[in-house]
Ligand binder design. Structure first.
Ligand code: ADP
Length: 465
């Protein structure tokens, strides 16, 4: 359990680290692409501006210039006449609002840029905005209407009119700054564009790497799950094998110790003179040797079955006949304390069967029904034909099997009562053989059971197998 948790934690941690690394890389690529996109469109815009200026002799702000020039003469005079601080501030605000509104609404640059982008096959749907950095009204003296905080920082040290590019904004692409000046005002503003579908366009560009990294995470996840499951399965099998060896040792030790004790008994002087006792002990030794032999044969058989496929020696047999024979001999053998009811409706069906293996199959089911019972065993055997199949049901009133164990009881070496080897002896092979034999005949076996109530095993074999 501890091992299992360590493997699981290690695996999940590595996958999480992998995901984090991938997310880090992808976000880096995303950021880079975003910056490259902005840079690309800044460059396209510069080219477009040059083209528009040279080819069309405009910068897209002619109307703006005209309107501002008209407005600013009057506004300038009014501003200079105001003495009251509050009134001055309100006037400045009104002037700034007017400038901002006119530049945004009356500029033709966006339309010209869009046409240029469209003609070059670039994305032409964008929003534009202007941000005023500096607005001064000039007369004999200069009144600063507005100056952005970073405007001073953006002026080059020599205080020339050159303005540096503002900090690249994440969502907006800086295109250019504009400087306007006439007798009444001095204005500096930035012109920005932004693409509402920029993220979508970038996503498209990096979709290949995104897909690949998702796929690689998925693949690694699947590979981990498969490896983990195999590991757990191997661990389960190794546990089962250990259980099997313990059970087998226990099974072998019982006859062996009986034989040892019997041998010792025979050495005793008082027994040597008693013919009846000698005979009885000899018989016991004989019986236990046969049992020991059977166990050893079973082990040999297991390895035989593992190495070779079933070699079925099939014959056409009337199913009802063989069922009666098997049950009769079971009754006279190990099952003499069980009450067995048979109800057949095989309609004379004949099937191609290996008599030996089929007998083993039924015997295993019957002996389990007797073995896993804590009261007088009552076994109901039902047989009938259905859709060209022969169906045999063996139901008992035994201890039953819980849901979890039901999934595994047909596995090799699996024993539901693991650890409780003394109560019900066994090696966990009976049902494994039942399944193998049924499958070798083209059929199958299933179980339905309720703990404490009993179990029903259903064997289905095709009639023309
Ligand atoms: P074994 O009997 O040697 O343990 P089997 O392969 O025959 O091995 O059975 C596997 C397990 O299935 C058993 O250990 C037992 O717990 C359970 N089992 C099989 N048959 C029955 C039954 N008729 N009633 C209850 N439990 C059963």
């Amino acid at each position: 359990m501890k091992n299992r948790n360590t493997v699981l934690i290690l695996g999940i941690t590595s996958i999480l680290i992998l995901i984090s690394v991938q997310v880090y890389i992808i976000s880096g690529i995303w950021k880079q692409k975003n910056e490259m996109f902005s840079l690309r469109y800044t460059m396209h815009s510069q080219e477009a501006l040059n083209y528009i200026r040279r080819g069309m002799s405009t910068d897209g702000f002619d109307t703006v210039r005209f309107l501002l020039s008209n407005y600013s003469e009057k506004a300038n005079k009014e501003l200079h006449a105001i003495k009251d601080e509050k009134e001055l501030a309100a006037k400045k605000k009104a002037i700034l609002n007017y400038f901002t509104k006119v530049i945004n609404q009356e500029q033709d640059l966006s339309g010209l840029l869009s046409t240029y982008f469209g003609s070059r096959g670039f994305e032409k749907n964008f929003n534009s905005s202007i941000v005023i950095n500096n607005l001064e009204m000039i007369s004999n003296d200069t009144i600063v209407v507005y100056r952005s905080e970073d405007f001073a920082n953006r002026l080059l040290p020599d205080r020339s009119r050159k303005v540096l590019i503002p900090e690249i904004s994440r969502s907006k692409i800086w295109v250019n700054w504009f400087h306007e000046e006439d007798n009444n005002y001095r204005l500096v503003f930035d012109y920005f564009i932004d693409f509402s579908n920029q993220q979508k366009m970038i996503l498209k560009e990096i979709s290949a790497s995104l897909g690949m990294s998702t796929l690689s995470i998925l693949l690694i996840g699947i590979m981990f799950m498969i490896t983990y499951r195999n590991l757990m399965e191997e661990k389960r099998l190794s546990n089962l094998k250990t259980d099997f060896i313990n059970n087998m040792t226990h099974e072998l030790k019982t006859p062996l110790s009986t034989i040892t004790v019997a041998g010792k008994t025979l050495e005793m002087p008082q027994i040597r003179n008693n013919d009846a006792k000698i005979l009885e002990t000899a018989k016991l030794i004989g019986k236990q040797s046969v049992h020991l032999n059977q166990l050893i044969n079973m082990i040999l058989e297991i390895s035989m079955w593992e190495r070779t496929q079933f070699q079925l020696d099939k014959k056409i047999i009337r199913i009802e006949e063989i069922m009666n024979d098997v049950v009769d001999s079971f009754k006279s053998g190990g099952g003499n304390n069980a009450s067995i009811n048979q109800k057949y409706n095989f309609k004379g069906a004949e099937i191609d069967l290996d008599e030996f293996y089929f007998t083993t199959l039924v015997n295993n089911l019957l002996s389990n029904a007797v073995k896993y019972s804590d009261k007088e065993p009552v076994i109901d055997i039902e047989g009938f034909t259905q859709d060209n199949n022969v169906c045999i049901k063996v139901a008992d009133n035994g201890i039953g099997i819980n849901r979890l164990d039901q999934k595994h009881i047909f596995d090799k070496f699996y024993r539901a009562s693991t650890g409780n080897i003394h109560k019900f002896k066994g090696l966990g092979l009976g049902l494994y053989y039942v399944k193998k034999i049924a499958q070798a005949h083209g059929g199958d076996v299933t179980v339905s059971s309720k703990p404490g109530k009993g179990s029903t095993f259903t064997v289905i074999i095709p009639c023309n197998s």
